[in-house]
Design a protein around this ligand. Structure first.
Ligand code: ADP
Ligand code: MG
Length: 198
């Protein structure tokens, strides 16, 4: 069973990974965007860890909804509202249970991913974070390790894709041959989840 402490650790480990990889995320975003993805993610997740230290959260749902709200209010780029929605809607789907099963998390995550798709109007294959998140949320039914693997493969699979959403889509054919920054950060978040579950 996964309790609020597990979810707080997930957010903390994710923040550390984002901080460590921020330069790489920004570099990817400089190729097909505006070179701010690492900065956006670092600022957002630093704010998430800060609010989790300050405010008490006693359920998995509360941890994720608070984190999502914090991302929305601190990240200006497209990724703030999108990741904020992911966490808020996943948290809302978990309800007010004190503990949840990995299976319940997988189902809730799929609800969150669907909300991201709805908000951004993107679908799998459009070269966005969804290309890592969708396969990961499906594979989570199997195991945390399978979800991590699916997210990492999903991020790699964005390289040959033509971007159809977000800033990268302005580049048209020139977006081909670069890994999507958001799919890359999504793989980091899922890897953090697997690390905490280990
Ligand atoms: P911005 O594009 O505003 O500079 P970021 O650089 O922080 O924001 O985030 C860019 C990432 O956001 C992209 O790499 C992509 O994965 C994701 N993204 C952008 N637009 C969408 C969308 N409509 N749907 C899903 N993901 C999107
Ligand atoms: Mg950007």
């Amino acid at each position: 069973m996964l309790d609020a402490g597990f979810f707080r650790r997930w957010m903390t480990v994710a923040a550390a990974a984002v901080d460590r990889e921020a330069d790489r995320l920004t570099e990817l975003d400089s190729a097909i965007g505006d070179a701010d993805h690492g900065t956006n993610m670092r600022r957002g997740f630093a704010a998430v860890t800060a609010v989790l230290e300050k405010e008490a959260t006693d359920t998995p749902g509360a941890v994720l909804t608070l984190s999502g709200r914090q991302l929305i209010s601190t990240v200006g780029g497209a990724s703030g509202p999108l990741y904020g929605t992911l966490l808020r809607r996943t948290g809302k789907a978990l309800g007010d249970a004190a503990e949840v099963t990995p299976q319940q998390l997988a189902e809730a995550l799929r609800t969150g991913v669907a909300a991201v798709a709805q908000l951004g109007g993107a679908k799998a294959g459009d070269k966005t974070m969804l290309d890592a998140l969708e396969p990961a949320a499906r594979a989570l039914d199997e195991s945390f390790a399978a979800a991590r693997e699916a997210a990492e493969q999903g991020a790699l699979a964005t390289v040959p894709m033509l971007a159809r959403k977000g800033r990268a889509s302005y580049l048209g054919e020139r977006s081909v041959g670069h890994q999507d920054p958001g799919a890359t950060s999504s793989a980091l978040l899922i890897a953090a989840l697997e690390e905490v579950a280990r």
